[in-house]
Design a protein around this ligand. Structure first.
Ligand code: PGA
Length: 257
């Protein structure tokens, strides 16, 4: 049984005061009624300190949105996994489609980063997903297979809970166009099969596959009820405590089934 995992990707949003207010509200609510869902918030690197303070004493985990693969050196503008760990992070989002399309990250980069993050003792949330053109061309399965092999192939995963895969169809991110639960489930099923080929069947059964792309309170429960959808990576809807909490509660409802 995979524990549902809901993570908020704040992206490059909010100031320090807003970050504190948002995370304090979510952490406070979850302190009052403990959740069966694993929850994380990933603020910009410059806000990790205030986020850490706001989440202190709660079960909400702190994560980063990117990391470099080297541990130190002349890499201007980069942050190492060890630095993120020292800043209080327990996990890192890697290979988000915005990193891939806007900043030129390749599958090979994502693989190097994922390996470095896991070796530094942090968990990894690795994003994959096809573009609208790839889906229209019927290439979704081929693209997902290529991304799994390229971004995760050859990793030695001892504990599958430390690696999460986020299926984020690029056409659904920030657009309001969510994949239907059936479409998302089909892609998650493909991903689990590819993970089994790349990392072994036992590992693939234990890896959480989150869905991401316009997850909102009104579509979360139907998505999370799918057998291979083990959580959500939430962008826009994580910026409001009430909507993020509603998505977490949707995860709890499916976990009880
Ligand atoms: P969205 O973003 O929920 O705003 O679509 C999701 C993501 O990019 O992780």
């Amino acid at each position: 049984m995979r524990q549902p995992f809901v993570a908020g990707n704040i992206k490059m949003n909010l100031n320090r005061a807003e970050t504190t207010a948002l995370l304090s509200a979510v952490a406070g609510s979850l302190r009052q009624s403990a959740s069966s869902v694993e929850v994380a918030y990933c603020p910009p690197a410059a806000h990790l300190d205030v986020a850490r303070a706001a989440l202190a004493g709660s079960a909400v985990r702190l994560g980063a949105q990117n990391a470099h693969w080297e541990s130190k050196g002349a890499f201007t503008g980069e942050v190492s996994p060890a630095m993120l760990r020292e800043a209080g992070c327990g996990l890192v989002i890697l290979g988000h489609s915005e990193r891939r399309t806007l900043f030129g990250e390749t599958d090979a980069d994502v693989l190097r980063k994922t390996r470095a993050v896991l070796e530094a003792g942090l968990d990894a949330v690795v994003c994959v997903g096809e573009t609208e053109a790839e889906r229209a061309a019927g290439a979704t399965e081929v693209v997902l297979a290529r991304q799994v092999v390229g971004s995760l192939g050859g990793l030695d995963i001892q504990d599958p809970r430390r690696l999460t895969v986020a299926y984020e169809p690029v056409w659904a991110i920030g657009t309001g166009n969510t994949a239907t639960p059936e479409m998302a489930q089909a892609a998650h099923r493909v991903l689990r099969g590819e993970l089994a080929k790349a990392l072994g069947a036992h590992t693939a059964e234990g890896i959480r596959i989150q869905y991401g792309g316009s997850v909102k309170p009104d579509n979360a429960e139907a998505l999370l009820a799918q057998p291979d959808i083990d959580g959500a990576l939430v962008g826009g809807a994580c910026l409001e405590a009430s909507s993020f909490l509603a998505i977490i509660r949707a995860g709890e409802a499916t976990a009880r089934r």
